[in-house]
Structure formats: structure tokens, C-alpha cells
Write a new protein. Structure first.
Length: 179
């Protein structure tokens, strides 16, 4: 069901399909790093915690998505539950204070967008540049956060990134953006 996703990340994880991709993904692959931290899946325990964190930052989306993971820049992803865009993927970009809609299903996001368009959806070449610059990979629960967020005039380059705890990064930027 998500073989292209697993193959892209050269993962040897076994994935048995029960008919509920979201539940299968969270219960079987939740809490894992893929691509040296390029993409990370939320564990079952972290889904509710991160839903609360995202809700605080983006209250207009409360109850309108199901969180499933985040990327190396700390951008969280969820399945859109809004009526007109139901089933698409949302990207909550705390560093830019944007919510972007990726017009594809969760399955297509995993099997097509990530393997075929990793630069567009996960900024893979920027990640490679940052890894070469910093000499670091992203550990689970961490991200390369903007020192000066883009929505406050920060520059979108590796010099403006630092290894950050995801919760702290989101908490600080939520406070700043909600003032």
C-alpha cells in the first residue's frame, strides 16, 4: 500500500494493510525517522499532543485535520477534514505562519509526492545543504528551526537554521505569531 514510500527511504519496515491507511501508518510506522530525519511520523501518543500544539498555533483548523508527521524544518502534516478539501494533505508551516494545501490523498502523498517530489514537499535539497553545512542529522523530536522566522523577515538559508527541540520551537513561534 505504501511501498513506494518505504522504498524511497530504503526502509525494511513490514507494512500490513488493514483497510485504514491512517491507523495502519500511525500504529505500525508511528514514531519513526525516515531519510535521516527528512520526514518523521508521529507515534500514537504524539498524535494527540501534536494536535493540541497545532491547534494552539492555528485555531481556525481545530478539529479539521488528522496529524500524521513532520519534516526536518518542523512543518507538520495532517489529513484535511474540511468539507470542500476533504482528504487532501495540509502542511502547517510554523516558520512562515502558513498552512498550505497539498492537493492529493494521504496515500498519494506518501507514495507519489514524497518519492517523486521530495524537494517540493520536504525541501530535500535544502536538507542536504543544511546537513553539509551543520554536519548534523535531525533526531526524532527535533527540527532545523529558523533563528529568525521567515514571517519576521528572516532569510531562507542554512545560516538562519539551528537544531531545535520541536515543542520549544512551536511554543515560542506560536506565542510570537499570536500576539
Amino acid at each position: 500500500m505504501i511501498n513506494d514510500f518505504l522504498n524511497y527511504f530504503e526502509s525494511s519496515e513490514e507494512f500490513n494493510w488493514s483497510g485504514d491507511l491512517y491507523n495502519d501508518f500511525i500504529t505500525k510506522l508511528g514514531g519513526k525517522r525516515f531519510g535521516e530525519g527528512l520526514f518523521n511520523s508521529f507515534s500514537m501518543e504524539n498524535v494527540s499532543k501534536w494536535t493540541e500544539i497545532i491547534d494552539e498555533a492555528y485555531p481556525a483548523f481545530k478539529g479539521l485535520y488528522k496529524a500524521f508527521g513532520y519534516d526536518w524544518l518542523g512543518r507538520c502534516f495532517g489529513i484535511d477534514l474540511r468539507k470542500d478539501t476533504f482528504g487532501n494533505v495540509l502542511m502547517f508551516e510554523i516558520g512562515t505562519n502558513d498552512v498550505l494545501e497539498i492537493p492529493c490523498s494521504f496515500e498519494n502523498f506518501l507514495n507519489e509526492e514524497i518519492p517523486l517530489y521530495s524537494d517540493a514537499c520536504l525541501a530535500k535539497s535544502f536538507y542536504d545543504e543544511w546537513k553539509n553545512f551543520s554536519g548534523k542529522e535531525i533526531s526524532y523530536g527535533r527540527c532545523a528551526g529558523y533563528k529568525i522566522p521567515l514571517f519576521l523577515g528572516g532569510e531562507d538559508n542554512v545560516n538562519n537554521l539551528e537544531d531545535s527541540d520541536m515543542e520549544v520551537y512551536w511554543s515560542v513561534l506560536t506565542q510570537v505569531k499570536n500576539r
